[in-house]
Design a protein around this ligand. Structure first.
Ligand code: SF4
Length: 340
């Protein structure tokens, strides 16, 4: 059922027409596709910048990294979910993955291929955030992309950080962003933008001025200038062509085998509703930061079944907002996550 090579190329042509800043080939493991190099070459030919997130398995070799660069890959994005082999390998379920990840960073550095590190924080590794920062400072990377867990199964709910833990992680990331030689971006932590604004206002009031935080990205992919969210400046297309607002929000709005990608993105009711901040519910709907934040739509869906529901892991309470009385089930989950 996977998209064929020809279907993949037709999709890439549509992506080129949308003039997106970056097209990410992810998985599973994209290295398992025998036509991977052909697809990357095609994307380059039609002017699409490609990033790749391979798994750190024996398929990821120095020779393949060189071939990826020669095919035109713009950036290698690789996961590192712990500051040591023990944490990372158990998170990934693959012994040796941490060592291979470090090898891949070095191989890419050797040939001048920009490297992005993806880290997913959860209860299982958040205690290592300072060690992660120290490790990354010693590596030659372009971007640290920090993902915050969206629980998709019952078991994962226990791994989700609560609102206070999010704020603590934001403080660490913000402090690092002032001194790091690489860019940092967050995924599924839209309220980091609210945190950033609050910090800048506080610093201005304290007379510190607004710190300059220019992009350091050297490979011209850059970052979104405004608030990305699920279905808003971002789209996830599965291996079978289903189109989702993100990889963490499992509601398909259509399939590229039946409808043009641009049409799905622009007109599907799900996408239209996700971009309409007047549809936000709960405290996100009442929040003065909703245009730049809006909360994680994927996490709201995972915990409430409503993609327009409130972000469950944000400690901010909008001015004058009086929450409705929650049901007992909602109360037990939200109170734990919001640190109440
Ligand atoms: S309440 Fe919602 S919109 Fe406001 S800062 Fe928190 S997550 Fe963002």
């Amino acid at each position: 059922m996977e998209l064929s090579t020809e279907e993949g190329k037709r999709l890439i042509d549509q992506i080129a027409a949308l003039k997106v800043p970056v097209f990410v080939l992810t998985g599973g493991d994209p290295l398992k596709r025998p036509d991977l190099f052909d697809l990357i070459r095609h994307a380059c030919t039609v002017g699409v910048r490609v990033s790749l997130t391979p798994s750190a398995t024996p398929l990821l070799t120095k020779d393949r990294v060189v071939r990826l660069k020669n095919a035109g890959l713009a950036r290698l994005a690789i996961s590192m979910d712990g500051a040591c082999a023990e944490t990372h390998d158990s998170f990934r379920g693959m012994p040796g993955s941490f060592a291979r990840t470090l090898d891949a960073v070095r191989w890419a550095n050797d040939i001048g291929l920009p490297v992005q590190i993806n880290t997913t924080f959860s209860r299982r590794n958040i205690a290592e955030i300072d060690e992660m920062v120290a490790l990354l400072e010693g590596l030659n990377i372009t971007l640290w992309s920090v993902f915050f867990l969206v629980p998709t199964g019952r078991g994962k709910l226990n791994d989700l950080l609560n609102a206070d833990e999010f704020e603590h992680a934001f403080a660490t990331i913000y402090a690092l962003s002032k001194i790091a030689g690489f860019d940092i971006k967050t995924t599924e932590a839209q309220h980091y933008r609210r945190y950033l604004l609050q910090q800048r206002v506080a610093e201005r009031k304290a007379g510190a001025g607004v710190p300059a935080t220019p992009e350091k990205t050297a490979d011209a992919i850059g970052r979104a200038p405004r608030g990305l969210n699920d279905g808003k400046g971002f789209v996830f297309i599965s291996h079978t062509g289903d189109v989702f607002p993100s990889g963490f929000l499992p509601l398909s709005a259509g399939n590229v085998r039946q409808q043009a990608l641009a049409s799905i993105y622009r007109t599907a009711p799900l996408f239209v509703s996700l971009r309409d901040t007047s549809m936000l519910e709960g405290k996100c709907g009442a929040c003065e930061f909703k245009e730049i934040c809006g909360g994680s739509r994927a996490r709201a869906y995972a915990l409430t079944g409503n993609p327009n529901g409130e972000e469950p892991c944000c400690s901010y309470v909008p001015k004058g907002y009086v929450p409705p009385l929650p049901t007992l089930k909602q109360a037990s989950t939200l109170h734990v996550l919001q640190g109440r």
